[in-house]
Design a protein around this ligand. Structure first.
Ligand code: KIV
Ligand code: ZN
Length: 530
């Protein structure tokens, strides 16, 4: 009989702590809501001791998201555990997740502790966490490279001290599948009382084996898997949730487990994470990549058209991926739009529908057919939490074959219009420079990509931009019929985020320095007096 496999999502902890993936509080909450819709069983909301932002995020998620268990990470010491508990204790189902490295490499070079000292720390930390919270997970960090008999001793200490979940991380992504599977079998066989706890996998993708190792861990007896949306995470990332879930789903004929994930929410979760972090996935990414369901070769297309099962093991609908059919045109109303979003897995609020409708009509005015992909991009572009200080009213762009381009941009801020022109090597750069002249902030574009949505003359350009303003990088994304316009809008979105962040940082620092009047300081710190 198939057993339940618990899905532990760590997108907001292991994922978020990796470079280029940080999110603010509102963004973390939005992601947490989607993870809830997706049906994850445990949601690791952060590492409260790492920063005030992490603490606040765990607190807010614990308060709002009531269905799944909410976990928070803590090192194996009193301060971390108490801080995690302070953030977590309002949760409907809280879990403290404490960890300590157990491999000799970590003991010698990082912790500078003996095996006996580490064993004592585990007993104490798990015991302390259990005195606060009924649900305690313990992770022997770098379990994959830990001496097996010592690992068993550490796991025994944790179980005796009250751990309810034992997670065996392959922290550095070093294990091969048979080794990872055997570690579970050995711990299962060697730790007295193991039947009272759930064993968990936690794998990293340094050798590209994270998902395979996760499945190997399940074969070894794990009934919880730790993973992240799109596989984001430290270095090469963690096991991708969507891949693990779909492997278990598609191969339910051989896998001994099932999950309670609503698979039709996977694509929306993936897209939301991309929008929030700017970490795009490669086109051929399994399950959620743009090409994951595209059939190009003639023989494949022929077979597919005769019967989809010839070349398709999962239908795009199963993971909520939109197909390319025409959905709406310029005469479609709000109701049709809201319905289509529902079908695509987006449960939009009334104000969100209004915003989506505004962007949809802008697009439909210039493009005969609006596709599912356009609708998803609209949501991804239009639902920024950052207030749009500047909005684009007009863009004129002239280029010549000598390589010089001129752009004139009109932006609106607080009902006032500002117009500037600039000349540069290319039309996009000219538009960015004109925007800089108005905002008073000089941006440097660090990443720029263009994708076409839809084929032929009816295709739309989707532009993703990363731009640095005052040492910080911001992400912007937009779609338009016109590539230069999409680029200008994406750049402006990043600039608006820059302005917002600079304002927020200035206000925070003003409130710490009561001798200076807040607005005075804000004015002084901001270019152009925002
Ligand atoms: O990779 C790892 O070991 C971790 C632990 C904190 C679980 O992320
Ligand atoms: Zn990890």
């Amino acid at each position: 009989m198939s057993e339940k496999l618990y899905i532990f999502d760590t997108t907001l902890r292991d994922g978020e702590q990796s470079p280029g993936c940080s999110m603010n509080l509102a963004e973390k909450l939005e992601m947490a809501r989607q993870l809830d819709r997706l049906g994850v069983d445990i949601l690791e909301a952060g590492f409260p001791v790492a920063s005030q932002g992490d603490y606040d995020a765990v607190l807010a998620i614990a308060e709002e998201i009531r269905r799944p268990t909410i976990a928070a990470l803590a090192r194996a010491n009193e301060f971390d555990i108490d801080r995690a508990w302070a953030a977590l204790k309002g949760a409907a189902k809280p879990r403290i997740h404490t960890f300590l490295a157990t491999s000799d490499i970590h003991l010698k070079y990082k912790l500078r502790k003996t095996r006996e000292e580490v064993l004592k720390m585990i007993s104490w930390a798990v015991g302390h966490a259990s005195s606060l919270c009924q649900d305690v997970e313990f992770s022997p960090e770098d379990a994959g490279r830990t001496d097996r008999s010592y690992l068993i001793e550490c796991c025994h200490a944790a179980v005796e001290a009250g751990a309810t979940v034992l997670n065996l991380p392959d922290t550095v992504g070093y294990c091969l599948e048979p080794e990872y599977e055997k570690m579970f079998a050995d711990v299962k066989a060697g730790v007295p009382g193991i039947e009272k706890v759930i064993l968990s996998t936690h794998t990293h993708n340094d050798l590209g084996l994270a998902v395979a190792n996760t499945l190997a861990g399940v074969r070894g007896g794990a009934r919880q898997v730790e993973c992240t949306i799109n596989g984001i995470g430290e270095r090469a990332g963690n096991a991708a949730l969507e891949e693990v879930v779909m492997a278990v789903y598609v191969r339910r004929d051989v896998e001994p487990v099932y999950t309670d994930i609503h698979t039709e929410q996977l694509y929306a979760a993936s897209q939301l994470l991309i929008r929030l972090t700017g970490m795009v996935v490669q086109r051929n990414k399994a399950i959620v990549g743009r090409n994951a369901f595209a059939h190009e070769a003639g023989i494949h297309q022929d077979g597919y058209l005769k019967n989809a099962i010839t070349y398709e093991i999962i239908s795009p609908e199963t993971v909520g991926m939109p197909t390319n059919h025409i959905v709406l045109g310029k005469h479609s109303g709000r109701h049709a739009l809201a319905n289509r979003y529902k079908e695509l897995g987006y449960d939009l609020t009334k104000p969100e529908i209004e915003r989506a409708y505004e962007l949809f009509t802008r697009l439909a005015d210039r493009k005969k057919n609006v596709y599912d992909e356009d609708l998803i991009s609209i949501v991804n572009e239009g639902f920024e939490h950052i207030p749009e200080l500047y909005t684009l009213k007009l863009l004129e762009s002239v280029s010549n074959s000598e390589g010089r381009s001129t752009a004139t941009v009109e932006l609106e801020r607080d009902d006032q219009s500002y117009r500037e022109s600039a000349t540069a090597e290319g039309p996009c750069d000219a538009a960015f420079r004109a925007i800089d002249r108005i905002t008073g902030m000089q941006g440097t574009v660090t990443d720029f990509s263009v994708h076409s949505l839809g084929a032929g003359p009816d295709g739309t350009a989707e532009v993703c931009i990363r731009a640095r303003f005052q040492e910080k990088e911001f992400f912007g994304k937009s779609i338009s019929y016109n590539v230069v316009e999409a680029a200008a809008r994406a750049y402006l979105q990043a600039a608006n985020k820059g302005v917002y962040e600079i304002r927020r940082a200035a206000k925070e620092s003003a409130s710490c320095r009561s001798s200076v009047h807040e607005n005075e300081l804000v004015d002084r710190l901001l270019p152009g007096g925002y």
